[in-house]
Design a binder for this molecule. Structure first.
Ligand SMILES: NC(=O)c1ccc[n+]([C@@H]2O[C@H](COP(=O)([O-])OP(=O)(O)OC[C@H]3O[C@@H](n4cnc5c(N)ncnc54)[C@H](OP(=O)(O)O)[C@@H]3O)[C@@H](O)[C@H]2O)c1
Length: 149
């Protein structure tokens, strides 16, 4: 990652941090001195990536409302606040995507809950921490990773 942004000490949370783009972000941000917390559902993968990168791993499901505040509390407790939230978690599954005719209704519901709606409650739960970051002049930022799918 080539960047002119100072990442040292930046407090960043990444959802879906154990695979694909999210994992690449966790690795690069941690390697460049950011304080990183990441979220995914599979505990074994969270533990493995936390061990590898030194980032704080959180086991949780951003598609489940009951998990949102526990995730948000672990993010702010582990990082001491939050400057950047990257909503990246995705349950779209393997590429190429299945045809709609071959997609179960439950799979579509889950994709909407995780990829679309899930970003909103977590951002809302972390809004106080992000507002504090903005007040401290640390440049609070929310990045939503989307998809043409
Ligand atoms: N790959 C592409 O071609 C492509 C194209 C355009 C846009 N995008 C977007 O880029 C982003 C990353 O895609 P990717 O392909 O790199 O993802 P990926 O490899 O499929 O990884 C998904 C990550 O999200 C986690 N995750 C899934 N459901 C979750 C949930 N309910 N709660 C918390 N974590 C969850 C997964 O871990 P667990 O399963 O253990 O939870 C994993 O860490 C997504 O937003 C996607 O829409 C991807």
């Amino acid at each position: 990652m080539q960047t002119n942004i100072e990442l040292q000490g930046l407090r960043v949370a990444v959802t879906g941090g154990t695979s694909g783009l999210g994992l690449a972000l966790v690795r690069q941000l941690a390697a460049q001195g950011a304080c990183v917390a990441f979220v995914a559902r599979t505990a074994a993968n969270v533990e493995r990536i936390a061990d590898e990168t030194g980032a704080h791993g959180i086991v949780g499901d951003v598609g489940k409302k009951a998990d949102i505040y526990p995730i948000a509390l672990q993010v702010t407790a582990s990082l001491g606040g939050l400057d950047v939230l990257i909503n990246n978690a995705s349950s779209l599954g393997p590429v190429p995507l299945a045809l709609l005719a071959d997609t179960e209704c439950e799979e579509l519901e889950m994709a909407l809950a995780v990829n679309l709606v899930g970003a909103f409650p977590l951002t809302k739960a972390l809004f106080g921490a992000l507002a504090a970051s903005a007040r401290e002049g640390r440049g609070a930022l929310v990045i939503n990773i989307s998809s043409d799918a």
